[in-house]
Design a protein around this ligand. Structure first.
Ligand code: ARG
Length: 464
């Protein structure tokens, strides 16, 4: 097929170059955005009198027809037409003839692809936020159900202090909330309309950039044509946000995997959400959580790939930038799938309250409370720490838990004790942390209420 840019060439492009150069195999995913952008551009050209109004209308009608054909799967893209932009222009030419040739007035593929990718990333940000909100809602529901479920809280993966499961899962809520905020912030910088930058220096036609921005729901137009065609910051930021979100999900996935071991037994996965082994009949594996953890690796890879493509690239457009799309597509797909799967996993998993509590018993996780008790009776914390440390040593030697110590035994460590070890039970310890952000029931309830309001709030302000 003759190339749209074939004028200055006297030989046909090598088939190998066609294959190597083509991006249609993956950028076909941008067809909808490309057509929407072209419709806005053509309407603007007609409105500004840069091309005859009738031609602009014919182009718009033609593009709408192509859109319908693609939607019902009637279009086969052509590798020799290289990318989505030229494929659509070629289809338009087949449909409406030479008038199609007016569409690319005052435009280059360089600003066109910048536009398409920005539109795509904007959409993906809204999908990601919506999906995260679903996951957050599942966490809130779990927290509401487990406000009284006491479990060991960990540092160094060692029992530290008792907490409620509600408090534990709400920790993930706030991580995800920062992810929502990061995506919403990235949206602001993605929401900039680059069309009009043309190849790189801008265009000599009297175009109306604001009109195009308004048509496409962009809140601003770009300030510098060279920056606009060379910039992929928004894509790198989107990938960084995806990477951090994936990291958060991998941490929860890891906890589910640990909790699902026989040693912990804190959760029972739903049969529909687990998998078996081809050799060991007894196995019930947490593949879903493992894949969420594992896919974090590919999302990091996507971020690294794009940053590396961008590193040292001279201004302005370079074909290297064609390598931006696959990482963005891959990360967007992966993250959406993982968020939805993690939500499903949480919604279907049974959290075993009795096993959690049992595990926290006799684990010295209330030792801090036994020390705080002494502090409230005037003993400096360092000294109290030392006293309780000795008491723990005694318990270990005696095979006892702090809760099992009699008042006499307690008094042998400090006269200040007026309660037996029983007073430092798990519930007491949880309740004692009655400050904003603490694990006490009243404050976890307040946390859940705050979370409910946050999840309802619009993360991205609507453009007027
Ligand atoms: N397929 C190209 C890309 O994805 C579109 C822009 C091509 N521009 C060019 N001057 N070759 O980046």
């Amino acid at each position: 097929m003759a190339k749209l840019w074939g004028g200055r060439f006297s030989k046909e492009t090598s088939k190998l170059v066609d294959q190597f150069n083509a991006s249609i195999g993956f950028d076909c995913r941008l067809w909808e955005h490309d057509i929407r952008g072209s419709i806005a551009h053509a309407s603007m050209l007609g409105k500004c009198g840069i091309i005859p109004q009738a031609d602009a209308e014919a182009i718009v009608v033609g593009l709408r027809g192509i859109e319908d054909d693609i939607r019902v799967g009637q279009v086969e893209f052509d590798v020799s037409a290289e990318d989505i932009h030229m494929n659509i222009e070629k289809l338009l030419h087949q449909r409406i003839g030479d008038v199609a040739g007016r569409l690319h007035t005052a435009r280059s593929r360089n600003d066109q692809i910048a536009l398409d990718l920005r539109m795509y990333v904007k959409d993906q940000i809204t999908y990601a936020i919506e999906a995260i909100k679903g996951l957050q809602t599942a966490l809130i529901a779990t927290a509401e159900k487990h406000q009284e479920t006491v479990m060991p809280g960990y540092t160094h993966l060692q029992h530290a202090q008792p907490v409620t499961l509600a408090h534990h899962v709400m920790a993930y809520f706030w991580m995800l909330q920062r992810d929502v905020e990061r995506f919403a912030d990235c949206y602001k910088r993605t929401d900039v309309m680059p069309l009009g930058s043309a190849a790189m220096a801008g265009t000599s036609y009297p175009i109306d950039r604001q009109y195009v921005a308004d048509q496409l729901g962009f809140s601003r137009v770009s300030e510098n044509s060279m920056d606009a065609v060379a910039d992929r910051d928004f894509a790198a930021e989107f990938l960084a946000d995806c990477a951090i979100l994936s990291m958060h999900m991998s941490r929860f996935a890891e906890e589910i995997i640990i909790w699902n071991t026989r040693e912990f037994g804190f959760v029972e996965l739903d049969d529909a959400m687990a998998t078996g082994s081809s050799i060991m009949p007894q196995k019930k594996n947490p593949d879903v959580a493992e894949l969420i953890r594992g896919k974090t690796g590919r999302v990091y890879g996507d971020l690294t790939a794009l940053l590396t493509v961008l590193k040292g690239l001279p201004l302005t457009y370079n074909k290297d930038l064609q390598e931006d799309k696959e990482p963005v597509f891959d990360a967007a797909d992966t993250v959406l799938q993982c968020v939805m799967m993690l939500q499903k996993l949480i919604e279907t998993t049974e959290f075993r309250a009795a096993a959690m509590k049992e595990s926290a018993k006799g684990d010295f996780s209330t030792a801090t409370d036994a020390a705080d008790y002494l502090v409230r009776r005037g003993i400096p914390f360092r000294q109290a720490h030392e006293i309780v440390g000795r008491m723990v040593g005694y318990c270990i030697a005696q095979g006892k838990a702090i809760e099992d110590l009699s008042l006499e035994e307690m008094k042998s460590f400090s006269e200040a004790y007026e309660d037996s070890g029983e007073a430092f039970n798990l519930e007491h310890s949880v309740e004692a942390r009655g400050i904003i952000g603490g694990t006490a029931a009243k404050f976890v309830k307040a946390q859940i209420e705050a979370a409910q309001a946050v999840v309802k709030a619009e993360a991205i302000p609507a453009t007027e």
